[in-house]
Design a protein around this ligand. Sequence first.
Ligand code: GLU
Length: 485
Amino acid sequence: MRTRFAPSPTGFQHIGGFRTAFFAWALAKHFGGEFILRIEDTDQERKVEGAVSFILDELAWFGIEIDEGPGKEELEKLGERSAHLPKGGRHGPYIQSLRLPKYKAAAQKLIETGFAYRCDCTPEMLEKERAEQMARREVPGYSGYCRTREVPEDKPHVVRFKMPHKPKLSMQDAVKGLVSWDNPPLRDPVLLKSDGFPTYHLAVVVDDHEMEITHVMRGDEWLPSTPIHLLLYQAFGWEAPVFAHLPVILGEDGKKLSKRHGAPTSRELREKGFLPEAIFNFVMLIGWSPGGEQEVFTKDEIVRLFSLDRVNNASGVFLQSKLEWMNGKYIRDLTSEEFYKRVREFSPEIDSIKSKFLELSPHLQERAKTLLEIPSMIEFLTDKKISREWDKVIKKDVTKESAASLLNELKVLISELSGFEIEILDKSVREFAEKKGLKVGAVFPLLRIATLYTSATPPLFESLHVLGKDQVLRRIDEAVRELLL
Ligand code: GLU
């Protein structure tokens, strides 16, 4: 089993783009096979700098190991740099722009066997032909003018595939089932361009064959191209791989997920504090399910359970709320130490409050959907000057003066406590409120803003406990001064 991920570096893939990679990887690993990364950069005009490194870095972040793929030298030739270098491999290069002689030789072979021909029609001629076809309401396409001409090799030319007359084709797609084409509307497509670059059709067939790919997994927008590929396999006399065309991913509005549509890239999700293992799990379940109710799976479980016959032929939906739920679940399942390590990536300054952070971490993990929410939740543990959200508590019926006097009473209460355990704090502040005939809702928020500055913090008494008595008393004093200023 050899599968591949063959992205074109024309931009920074949104997260749905990686689903193909994850599925192909899971399939290969399920069967103990190899997963290959190939860069399809035949469209040099649409190439985006940094896109190859992006793909390598993101796959590494997801923990997707590549068995074969562009090596160091290949990347250097492309001017790309990545901290995560795949090891190259026996079928290299794995970047199509570095494989041009192979495509040229393949095109030459097809010319010699009569399956392809040189064409020197100028863009003007093709444009004219097209306009005439449109006027006749025909499907536009090359007329085949050069099929019977002898175009010398040294004249600028393209190489075209000689499409068989009215072909009938079918294949057993591993996801879509039997797909048939009766005379697909394809007219002698270009295989090799005049600049020596192959088109996608030639390159993909040559490479999948040479790289011994057994299963081609790709988005079903490539299904209409598949007849050309099947015919090319026939022309070369090669066995075609198994195709598995994956249905599109829809956004919540029912439209195809796309970057333009606001679908995030994995890097954007990373910056927002999503965990790679949560994204991986979430993306794997778009269009695949092993059956049953379980939704949270380790990578190993996924590899063990993955099978093509459970890939859904209907389009899957990218549900942001489900991703958040999944992320929250993964955050809760981290050990405190691991959680600390992950948050540290967002906020290295937590080093100075590590033990307090660890003490509070179960409460933080309970609350957070993303890691990015954490730094602001624990700012109260640092020495940072943070302005208190007074507007949350000073309202029409609560004046600054009345708030200050209540805080002064709380200060006395707290300073006289014999211990500073969570239960003691909780009980005495509740009793205090009761004695004064106040609702806890009138006391807790005030105490929270005075000592923890904001309303978005872990639970009040747990936080006060971690902060420590001296600090709590000092902050109440400071809050009172602020109110009476
Ligand atoms: N290079 C194509 C892309 O970027 C993939 C085509 C294929 O997998 O055959 O989507």
